[in-house]
Design a protein around this ligand. Structure first.
Ligand SMILES: [Zn+2]
Ligand SMILES: [Zn+2]
Length: 233
């Protein structure tokens, strides 16, 4: 059977027959988090006999959420895809990225979960026109047939650029700027939340969101991101 339009690689546009949307070269330059991973953030860890296991960063400062997964490392083509989605309006990438995220977080999917995207500030939302975390969460919730609440959390003021800020300063800065949308209080109480974001760096934003969901009555808070920045802080 001849296809009218050959499939194109999502990352470079080359013709491809690869089923997961990338050509072979891009596939090889995508660092999927396979094998044993940190139960808190999903980063690959050295083989361990103890389960669950944690990466050094999560052991050093445990995040505020329960369990977490990521699909790829924020390098090579994984980084490229995250940037294309965020800055180049490549919304066509979201379904495939969400599929990968769904695969990655299968081991930590609770029953009866509610998907909650990390919020973007209103001004940024106006400039960018969409919240990439919400788009990913919407696709994921659809795959899983689960509930989603895109405005469970809000940013009330623009967060100052975080580069160069220490971990504690970042956290303080963020906890003041993310608030819970009180109209959803009944919806959240006793539920399991799956926080969704595109990229995780230190985890400060996700921790702030997790803390707020817990205070608002969530029973459990897990996280999933598309790409995890490997870092040593
Ligand atoms: Zn390619
Ligand atoms: Zn970790």
């Amino acid at each position: 059977m001849t296809m009218l339009y050959p499939a194109r690689c999502l990352a470079c546009g080359a013709e491809t027959s690869h089923e997961r949307g990338l050509c072979n070269d891009c596939w090889k330059a995508t660092y999927f988090t396979t094998g044993q991973v940190c139960d808190s953030c999903g980063a690959p860890v050295h083989e361990s006999v103890v389960e669950p296991c944690y990466c050094d960063q999560c052991l050093g400062s445990p995040p505020a959420w329960d369990r977490g997964r990521c699909s790829v490392l924020y390098e090579g083509v994984g980084r490229k895809l995250a940037l294309l989605l965020k800055h180049s309006d490549r919304l066509d990438l979201a379904p495939e990225m969400a599929k990968w995220m769904h695969q990655s977080c299968r081991p930590i999917l609770e029953s009866d979960i509610i998907y909650v995207p990390v919020p973007l500030h209103r001004w940024r939302l106006l400039r960018r026109r969409f919240n990439q975390a919400a788009v990913l969460a919407q696709h994921m919730a659809r795959i899983n047939g689960s509930e989603i609440c895109v405005d469970m959390l809000h940013r009330i003021k623009s967060t100052a650029i975080q580069k160069g800020m220490g971990r504690t300063a970042r956290f303080a800065n963020l906890s003041q700027s993310i608030v819970f949308n009180k109209k959803h209080l009944d919806r959240l109480r006793g539920r399991s939340v799956l926080l969704v974001d595109d990229v995780m760096t230190t985890g400060a934003t996700l921790s702030a969101c997790a803390e707020i969901c817990r205070q608002a009555g969530a029973e459990k808070v897990n996280t999933v991101v598309f790409a995890r920045v490997a870092r040593s802080e």
